[in-house]
Design a protein around this ligand. Structure first.
Ligand code: GDP
Length: 204
């Protein structure tokens, strides 16, 4: 598996600005600073694609990146699946109080419920801290809205193997979904294979 030809496509803040057509979408969401931009850049092998850090919580827009999932298979040859990576604004930034928070949930709510092409939403959780209340709230809300989820534990390189397994098990218990939670490290691109396979199968 690989992700190729990643490029910025468009930005939306309202439904009528979502891209037209039926290109499947994989969305990424998580607490500010969880490593979302780094993960998108690392998945795409494209350093400056999504911005890293800068001003967390400030960019309240939905950014679409076009890319293709490529699979090479001995029997079937090469398959290319065009899709959008959709970067959703992070939650839980300290300065995002009252009014901002309502705006955030209306905004994300509109996207997750009204995007016909959304195939799977990757909910990013810092693998060192499974079960933060704010992540639990996001999970509860998304799962009650019926959004297909993939839980991704980020910054996996900061943990030893046994801690990694323990925390993944914890994530699976707290945030159950159709498929098991996966660990990922943006530094080493560790965990790319299983994540890309999971996304590919859900985008197909
Ligand atoms: P975002 O706010 O969720 O987009 O988070 P960023 O991608 O900007 O990352 C926040 C911070 O965590 C930055 O300092 C990154 O360098 C760091 N970071 C992100 N991913 C990883 C990772 O996989 N491993 C390590 N060690 N640090 C990471």
């Amino acid at each position: 598996y690989d992700i190729i030809k990643a490029a910025y496509a468009t930005t939306a803040v309202r439904r009528d600005q979502y891209p037209e057509g039926s290109v499947p979408e994989v969305a990424f969401l998580g607490r500010s600073n969880v490593g979302k931009s780094s993960l998108i850049n690392s998945l795409c092998n494209h350093r400056g694609l999504a911005r890293v850090s800068g001003a967390p919580g400030k960019t309240q827009t939905i950014n679409y990146f076009s890319a293709a999932l490529r699979r090479r298979d001995e029997a079937e040859g090469e398959q290319r699946l065009p899709f959008y990576l959709v970067d959703l604004p992070g939650y839980g930034f300290a300065k995002t109080g009252g009014k901002n928070r309502d705006m955030w949930s209306a905004f994300i709510g509109e996207y997750v419920t009204q995007s016909p092409n959304l195939c799977v939403l990757c909910l990013l959780v810092d693998l060192r801290h499974p079960g933060l209340a704010i992540d639990q709230q996001a999970y509860d809300w998304l799962s009650s809205a019926g959004v297909p989820l993939q839980i991704v534990g980020t910054k996996a390189d900061k943990l030893k193997a046994n801690e990694k397994n323990r925390n993944l098990a914890q994530l699976n218990k707290l945030f159950p979904s159709d498929r098991p939670a996966l660990a990922y490290s943006s530094l080493k691109r560790d965990g790319f294979g299983p994540l890309a396979k999971n996304l590919f199968e859900r985008v197909l």
